[in-house]
Design a binder for this molecule. Structure first.
Ligand SMILES: C[S@@+](CC[C@H](N)C(=O)[O-])C[C@H]1O[C@@H](n2cnc3c(N)ncnc32)[C@H](O)[C@@H]1O
Length: 236
């Protein structure tokens, strides 16, 4: 059966002109995303499990592979968001994780702000949030040049006083100092019990940043995930 299906796919590939093939692929992605997002919004609990294959469908459907969080991080974000009854979420860097977390916290009336340095991407993500009726605020904050690192310029942004959950998946690693600013800039919002998720700790810079920040906070951290791990600090 699989052999026949593959043969049929190859024949279709030969017969269909490239623009139609592209259109079909885009439609397939779009449908996959809408269907899986609807499923996620009905039963988010199932997406706590990084082995749930529907997470891969969301990533595929979202269509920003290479930039969106992987299953480990997304499942970690979902898990932490589902544990929140109150408090507030601050996210650095936006994308699929923003939609997943926003979908959960909106109904719990937990504020969620997401900092984004890229103006068009910020508009795009806010449009997606609005489409799903999320209360998430995507705040465009261009990167500001600093002596050791660039960081989101939050001069004109009313940040939350405290955050119970900090999600750090930006700014991108190739900016000056990468995510180093998170320790200094978000430190005033961090309080006992705050959870910090740092993605991409397979990269030495992000792992070291987590180690230093946890140390500074007198807290422990754990590395979570098998495919592409993230780190979790629970602030003492
Ligand atoms: C690693 S991404 C954040 C991903 C997000 N946590 C998710 O789950 O989709 C960090 C930043 O990369 C930038 N970014 C996202 N997609 C991009 C793309 N396709 N090309 C270049 N930059 C991108 C955005 O500015 C974003 O804030």
């Amino acid at each position: 059966m699989t052999v026949q299906l593959n043969a049929a796919k190859q024949t279709l590939r030969r017969l269909l002109p490239a623009p139609i093939r592209r259109r079909l692929r885009a439609t397939h992605r779009d449908l996959t995303f809408r269907i899986t997002m609807a499923d996620f919004r009905r039963r988010p609990d199932e997406y706590r499990n990084p082995d749930n294959p529907k997470l891969a469908k969301l990533i595929y459907g979202w269509g920003n592979a290479g930039w969106s969080g992987w299953e480990d991080f997304l499942a970690g974000c979902v898990d932490e968001a589902l544990n929140l009854e109150d408090g507030a979420v601050v996210e650095c860097g936006t994308g699929l994780s923003t939609l997943l977390v926003g979908s959960i916290v909106t109904s719990r009336q937990v504020p969620h702000i997401a900092l984004e340095h890229h103006a068009e991407w910020a508009d795009n993500i806010q449009t997606w949030c609005d489409r799903y009726g999320l209360s998430t605020q995507v705040l465009h904050a261009p990167l500001m040049d600093g002596p050791d690192y660039d960081w989101y310029d939050t001069t004109n942004i009313a940040l939350l006083a405290t955050a119970t959950l900090v999600l750090c998946d930006g700014p991108p690693g190739d900016t000056k100092g990468g995510r180093s600013g998170v320790m200094d800039k978000l430190a005033p919002m961090v309080t006992s019990g705050t959870r910090v998720l740092m993605d991409d700790v397979d990269r030495p810079a992000e792992l070291e940043l987590t180690r230093v920040w946890a140390d500074r906070l007198g807290s422990d951290y754990e590395v979570v995930g098998r495919k592409k791990p993230f780190a979790r600090i629970v602030v003492r």
